[in-house]
Design a binder for this molecule. Structure first.
Ligand code: ADP
Ligand code: GLC
Length: 470
């Protein structure tokens, strides 16, 4: 068994703001059949500790970035979970990164440096007589771990993998934090963790980890371009030999449609229309479940929506985030009977939307992988997506060739403009009206491989290749 410690700031079912949680939560079980024992380290936020309890303490430090900290052992399904309890950093109301009003916690640099540091110490010293061979770091919150590991002198024993789930978040801190974060001053330069005169936790990960990965092959190549690299494309181009794209999978037990064939959807569509107060128009019920941010392209959806509504389509949206977008979608729903908006975060409603919808919309400007289009495929809820990142890799477009080959599973559009999206929506309605074609596409979608199998094998092979000789 290859032993891997995964470090993540969120993890289903304990704490989630986005897809990272789904991935961190489902990867360990997916890896087990591939000869990998993955244990996971997460911060002891209130809801996490509440779920896991404080029974089995397996490590402690008197001073971890300003306070006492310890590690409790819990379970993530059949796998081991380690929870970093550091009350001065994590025991508070609000979300993992921000307070109840949405303001970032001012001590985020320390909070996630602590997570990274604990991970590095566990990797260097072992825990419960378990000695990880690979330290798998997710996003900027774990970005300092490879550097701390080197500082502990264990960089030649334990291999490190840095995975980029989203390069838009980089973990920036002021240079005054170099010493409070325990970073080696010598690394504060262009070749190290310095980024435009600040500290960047993500860049630290990209520079000091042995291997880099991201969550789809297309995003791996996009990241190396100025358009998508958010200033780190140069660093990634330099390391392109070490960078791979491995698609996310979904937990097929957690995301399992309540029907076996396309015909089973009708009753869920009806129930959804009733629940959301949508009219019984002849067009497709489109759904959307998303963080409301610039990334997701929802501003252009607002402009393109008439193309759907004028043709009898409807939209039910569940999301939260940017206050202006929230207001805009609420206002739009007030003014248009074909649109329903729910602002909030609701896993159960997300499932009902995906089960009852005919199509799921993902008009993102960039999308490292995207999970909702994968849920859509599995539920025969055809994805209409922008041609970018993981959306390009997971959906087969209803192009003449895709349709002729009877392989199409959705609709892709490009560029990400209101005009191109409006055209894609019109195409969607047309396809929907052709019942035979639509049903064929639903069948293709429901049969598409969206589980972890292939990708778990790819991670397992990567870890094996990375393990350093004892
Ligand atoms: P990202 O990680 O960029 O937010 P993904 O598509 O990878 O995008 O993952 C988003 C995850 O969060 C999905 O599991 C999606 O269902 C879920 N999600 C997003 N917003 C909401 C919401 N308002 N309510 C319930 N689930 C949501
Ligand atoms: C990020 C990305 C999303 C991806 C998720 C899990 O939040 O925005 O595309 O699916 O991470 O890897």
């Amino acid at each position: 068994m290859t032993k891997v410690l995964s470090v993540a700031s969120e993890c289903v079912p304990l704490i989630k703001t986005g897809g990272l949680a789904d991935v961190a939560g489902s990867l360990p079980a997916a890896l087990a059949p591939h000869g990998v024992e993955m244990r996971t380290l997460v911060p002891g936020y209130r809801p996490v500790l509440k779920a896991v309890g404080r029974r089995k303490q397996v490590a402690q430090w008197d001073d971890l970035f300003g306070g006492f900290a310890r590690v409790f052992r819990g379970k993530l399904g059949e796998q081991v979970l380690y929870v970093l309890d550091a009350p001065h950093l994590y025991d508070r109301d609000g979300g993992p990164y921000s307070d109840a009003l949405g303001r970032d916690w001012p001590d985020n640099p320390e909070r996630f440096a602590a997570l990274s540091s604990a991970a590095a110490m566990i990797a260097a010293d072992g825990i419960e007589d378990w000695f990880p061979q690979v330290l798998h770091c997710h996003d900027w919150q774990a970005g300092f771990a490879p550097l701390y590991l080197r500082e502990l002198g264990a960089g030649d024993r334990v291999a490190t993998l840095m995975t980029i789930h989203n390069i838009a978040f980089q973990g920036i801190a002021r240079p005054a934090m170099i010493s409070p974060l325990g970073l080696p001053r010598a690394g504060f330069n262009e070749k190290g963790y310095e980024f435009w005169n600040n500290i960047s936790a993500l860049k630290a990960g990209l520079v000091y980890a042995d291997k880099l990965s991201t969550v789809s092959p297309t995003y791996a190549s996009e990241l190396m371009t100025e358009e998508f690299g958010k200033g780190l494309d140069g660093v990634l181009r330099e390391r392109q030999e070490d960078l791979v794209g491995i698609l996310n999978g979904i937990d097929e037990e957690l995301w399992c449609p309540p029907y076996k064939s396309p015909a089973g959807k009708a009753k869920h569509r009806k129930a959804l229309r009733e629940e959301m107060g949508l009219p019984d128009w002849p067009g497709p019920v489109c759904v959307l479940v998303s963080r409301l941010t610039e990334q997701k392209g929802l501003d252009i959806l607002l402009q393109a929506l008439p193309a759907l509504l004028d043709r009898g389509g409807q939209l039910a949206l569940l999301g939260s985030g940017d206050r202006d977008l929230e207001k805009a979608f609420l206002g739009y729903a007030d003014a248009h009977p074909g649109v329903a908006t729910v602002i909030g975060y609701d896993e159960a409603l997300a499932r009902r939307l995906i089960a009852g919808g005919d199509a799921i919309l993902v008009p993102s400007r960039f999308e490292p992988c995207g999970l909702t289009q994968l849920y859509g495929l599995r539920y025969g809820t055809l994805p209409l997506v922008a041609l970018t990142g993981g959306l390009a890799d997971t959906v087969i477009n209803a192009s003449p060739a895709g349709l002729a080959a009877e392989a199409a599973t959705g609709v892709q559009f490009h560029p990400v403009t209101a005009q191109a999206l409006a055209q894609a929506l019109m195409k969607l309605v047309k396809l929907y009206q052709d019942r035979a074609t639509w049903t064929r596409m639903m069948k293709n979608a429901m049969a598409a491989p969206v589980g972890w199998d292939q990708s778990a094998a790819a991670y397992a092979a990567l870890y094996t290749e990375m393990v350093k000789p004892a």
